[in-house]
Every structure is written in C-alpha cells, then in structure tokens.
Design a protein around this ligand. Sequence first.
Ligand SMILES: Cc1cc2nc3c(=O)[nH]c(=O)nc-3n(C[C@H](O)[C@H](O)[C@H](O)COP(=O)(O)OP(=O)(O)OC[C@H]3O[C@@H](n4cnc5c(N)ncnc54)[C@H](O)[C@@H]3O)c2cc1C
Length: 473
Amino acid sequence: MEKLTTDEPSANTSIVPIADRPVVLALIKALPQGTVLLGGDVTGRSAGIWRTDHLKAQVLVRPKTTEEVSLALKICFEHHQSVVPQGGLTGLVEGGLTEPQDIVLSTERMTDIEEVSADERTLTVQAGVVLQTIQETAAQHGLMFPLDLGGRGSCTIGGNLSTNAGGNRVIRYGMARDMVLGLEVVLADGTVISSMNHMIKNNAGYDLKQWFLGTEGTLGIITRAVLRCREEVVDAPTALVAISSFDALIAFLKHADQGLRGHLSAFEVMWHNYYTLVTTPPANSHAPLSSQWPYYVLVEAMGSDENQFSDVLASAIEASLVEDAVLAQSSQQQASLWALRDDVAQTFQFAPVFLFDVSLRLPQMESYVAAVNLALAERFENPRNFVLGHVGDGNIHFAIAVGGDSAEDRAGVEAAVYAPLEALKGSVSAEHGIGLEKKPYLHLVRSEAEINLMRTIKRAMDPRDILNPGKVF
Ligand SMILES: Cc1cc2nc3c(=O)[nH]c(=O)nc-3n(C[C@H](O)[C@H](O)[C@H](O)COP(=O)(O)OP(=O)(O)OC[C@H]3O[C@@H](n4cnc5c(N)ncnc54)[C@H](O)[C@@H]3O)c2cc1C
C-alpha cells in the first residue's frame, strides 16, 4: 500500500531516551503538572479492552481542556511527533494501538458535562465523558440520549463519535453522527475549530463536523460536542421471540416495523449457537425460550404501549412468523434479555476468538453466513462461529474460534469471512471502523478513487501525518 508522504521528514527516529526528547521536554514545560505521564505509568496500561498486551507508547498526555489539547498538538506538530488519541479503549479494530515512538493523547480527564438544556434537548459535553454517564445525565433531566452499546460503561463520547458508533438503536435513531449538533476539534497544528452549533438545521456552507465523525482520530482530536437528545421514553416494551427460518425473520422485521408504527427501536438477532452459549452454564442456567430454534430476536419498541406491542407479537404468531415469544414484564426482565444479547464475552470461553463486524443486504444474509461457515469448515478442523447482530441495520457480528491465532489462522479466517462478502458487495466494517485491523481489507469496500480522495483529505488536514498515523489506510 502506498505510504502517505509528509511535507518534512519524521523526527521519530531519534535514539534519545524518551524523557529527554525535546518534544517531551516541551510538553512537560508547557502543560500543567500531572498532565504528561512517562514510563511505567504509561507502559503499565492495558492496550485495550479484551486485549492482553500493554501500551507500547511511553508518553501519555492527558489534558483537561481544549486549550491544553491545542497546546499539546501545536508542540507535537512542531516536532513532527505522532499522536494517538485514546478514549475508553473499547474500540475493536486496533484504532488506538500505539508504537514505542508515539505519544498518546488521552481524554480521560476531559469529563465535564458543561450544559444540559432540557428545552432544546441538548447536552454539551467534553470528549472524555463516558457514554453511560451521558445516558444517565440525560435521564435525570427527563431526556434520552439514544446511542447505546455494550461498551457503554467504559467508552467515551469522543471515541463513539470518532468511530461513528452504531449499536442497539440505529434502526430508530441512526448512528452516532446523527446525534451530534455541534463539535469542537483540534487540528494537527493545534488550531481549534469550534463548531458548537445547537440548531438542528444549519446549512451554512460545509458541515465541517462530518470530517471528524467516523474518521478515527486521523483528521483531528474531538474535544467537545453538543449532543442531540430526545424526550425520555418511559415505556419500552421488550420481547424475545423464536423464529424458524430466515425468510420468516425478514418477514417479521417488516411486520413489526409496520405494526409498531415508528416505534421499533431494536431488532437484535442471535443465531442458535450464540443463543445456546449465553443461556447455558457456565454463562447462565436459565433460557427464556427453549433452544430448539435457529433464530432468536430481541425486539424493543420504545414509546409503544403494551397493547400495541402484544398485538403485533400475537399477529406475528398467528401468521407463523414467530414460533414462541416471551414478553418482559418488568424493567429487570428487560435488562436480563438485553444482558443475553450483550454477553459477547462468553465466546471467550473458546479463546482465541476473531471478531468481525460486517454489513450486507438483508436478503443475502442467510446464504452469506452459510458460505462463511462452509469456508471455515473447509479450512479448519473444528471451527466455531457464534453469530449475532443488529440485523435490522444489515449488520452481523461473528465471533470465530478455530483453536489458534497464528498469522495463518487469521489469514484463513479472514479469507473465509471476506471472500464471500466481497462477492456480495458487503462492507468489512458496519460500525467498528477500520483502525489497523481492517486496513488490509478497505479496498474491498472502497474504490481506488475513494481511497485516493481520503488520502488527499488527510494530506490537506494533517500534512505532517502526525494524527493516528497508519490507521485506516
Ligand atoms: C462490549 C463492547 C460492545 C461494543 N458494541 C458496539 C456496538 O454495538 N456498536 C459499535 O459501533 N461499536 C461497539 N463497540 C466498539 C466501539 O467502537 C467502542 O465501544 C466505542 O465507540 C469506542 O469508544 P472509546 O472511547 O472506547 O474509544 P477508543 O477505543 O479509545 O478509540 C477508538 C478510536 O477513536 C479514536 N479516538 C478516541 N477518542 C478520540 C477523540 N476524542 N478524538 C479523536 N479520535 C478519538 C481512537 O484513536 C481510535 O481510533 C463495542 C465495544 C465493546 C467492548
């Protein structure tokens, strides 16, 4: 792959001890005490959730304000210093991985909730606020922030926005980019772009925030955001249903969406083997529905009333779209159904596990999953492929275990997943992003012209290639 050219040679080849490097000395001098961490305080940190390795970087800067981020980047820019932004490190595509010469810019101390406007239904926050804190703050003010995903307790809004996270309610509320009204970022040279817009409508020229949403920290560091909330939804009827065929599943999605009249807020599918895994010991000793069916769907309808929801389920059973169903009777039962869906970590019983996040058209899903399983069986002795996903959004996740994780195993598993996907013109990343992990496969989804345009944008906005270099392309 072509290497991005920079306007001047990199200074990262220095053999001076890290703490004595001019860039580090300049950062320590310019920033308040306690902002720059070195050595074991950095290398002792985990490289990411679900990872067993540690940070390779030896310097970590943890600013508290946009001004400090700007100052840090200005210094790094002057010294041609690579900077890797990090939020909660729950990303699943190696987007926050570091090399020894990198400096980490962590938003862990940027945790202010600056404003809650109940009338405008907005929250103004710093980038390091944890998603669950945002959800809870919104709820305390009678609002709802619709972004939700399994990593909610650790991931930050800055990470969510820079990966354009999807999650559980995309079918109703869209992805992270649809929940942002204003954004503040710091560019590679330290310039602050503050577009803290509060209006839903604002077509005055380019919508600059889009450059930074989903671009994985390669074009700028997100420091603050104005988030769009909704009025709090009190009722969210939730059910788990069993389905006997993929055709019935597709028909049930349409049936539910039509019948719920705009209230369908989640349509999460668990394939038989994932459902069995999370409902049997050691994961669990209770299965809400018997495990004889090929598909299980968690359906949620925020704002729907119980009667409407029950009617839709009853008519689906009558039309033989649904074989069996359990309707949550309390918020505790709702939470326990969601806990099954979110319990992906159970697949680690079979570690090492390769995780995938692909998207494709709904009618192609059944044959695609069959093609992946066939390709795995041809290559490996006893492969396991746990399948689940936000199927209402065309998004499937695989957790694949083949007994090893050698380079050869990885190549074999990736070929099994991506070769049939390429033929169907699906995407190698539905919601997690590209990072380093999916980088070799970006060309399956994006044309050469598209990737070249991405490079042109990167060069224009980060001419010294200091922001998360080497990630995405
Ligand atoms: C249990 C679990 C469930 C998940 N479920 C979902 C899901 O349903 N849907 C989904 O989309 N994702 C999901 N994810 C992955 C998802 O990408 C992350 O959870 C989250 O969005 C990343 O936030 P973070 O703060 O942890 O970012 P990090 O992991 O720290 O960083 C992610 C990327 O963003 C960059 N970055 C971080 N902060 C900033 C910033 N302030 N400015 C610029 N760049 C920045 C990093 O350099 C990196 O490239 C899940 C992860 C886990 C562990």
